[in-house]
Ligand binder design. Sequence first.
Ligand code: GLY
Length: 432
Amino acid sequence: MKVLVVGSGGREHALVDAILRDKGTQVYCAPGNAGISRQAECVNIKSDDISSLLRFAKSEGIDLTVVGPEQPLAAGIVDVFESRGRKIFGPRKLAARLETSKAFAKEFMKRWKIPTSDFMTFTIKQTDELRRYLEDAKYPLVLKADGLAAGKGVSIVGSRSEAEAELEKFFVKKVFGESGERIVVEEFMTGTEASVFAITDGEDYVVLPPAQDHKRVGDNDLGKNTGGMGAFAPTPFVSPGDMEKVKSQVIERVIEGTRAEGYAFRGCLYCGLMLTEEGPKVVEFNARFGDPETQAVLQLIDSSVLGLLQTAADRKIGSYKLTLNGAAAVCVIAASQGYPDHYEKGKEIIGLDDNLPGTKIFHSGSVIKEGKTLTDGGRVLGITGVDKGGEIKRASELAYSRAQKLHFDGMFFRHDIGNKAINFELKKGPNR
Ligand code: GLY
């Protein structure tokens, strides 16, 4: 079986690693990174170069292509591959709009009665209307760029003056380009965040254990928003009752709604949730696996991850039996100084071969040059600790012990990944 994974980050490394658990599988990754090249054959094709990817899949006889990032999905890679009879895991372009247009996603949720916050949408042509709305609005508010913005298009504003400053960024300075020419203004939700992945073939689905991401750059959720500085799974904050609601009020409505509207969602539906006092509500959808949640969640799966992706692509996920191994996992991201703003690349990474049982390193941004492994991104490594006994505390200790043994100039990481779950479990006490 030959599998091509598209992408170059930690999520793709975790997917490659998990797919390789199936013996006899040959895995390619385009374009991959230094860490992935230790496990799979990296192919020098960019993840948005759809025609070259298709040519490669044909010439190499790839049996299944798995798409990691959102850009190729937005560009219609699944439509192209499927129209040429090539098997691929991911949603088509129209279904991917649940991620690629925040306004589309909110309207969809409204139509299908999926719990989410109240919202209004404004285009750049409605700047005056938006200014008037901001005069009387109740703060805090959330402003979101409609299109893809690499996780950076969301601002929480506490006052009218802050909102005006953001408006300037979106509509005047156009820092998000066309993506920010339409804004979704949302009610601010309070609660605990969680990420739930549903793998669906457009009809049936399998839900993976829930995770929690850490989007802010600093400890205690302070500082700027990032692509994600760490994750743990499973999160104890999603109760069995919450999970039932997520299934019936979110996942099943997306499956039903996208089918009814003629663009059945197939692939990984990422439900970004806020666990509010009124129950789980959707903060955002993504049309792919989350990063860095994937680097934790896939460690909890005992059954074949390749089988999961394959049965979804084959439209027979009903025949897949998910089994879990009872583990808990914590992934800590090591980032380059300056991230999420300006950072330097090309720093040598030291300590990669210094193995510690119960840990894995997933590369997010790295490259090999002249025999050395160098940093090549803002997020560089995801250090995952796995406790087979299911304790987040132990998994976190493992991840941090491994992180201490790694080094590159300017390397930093958060020190509190997993702490929320650890404190929650402690509060519940031994008789939980
Ligand atoms: N963890 C956030 C994302 O994947 O978008």
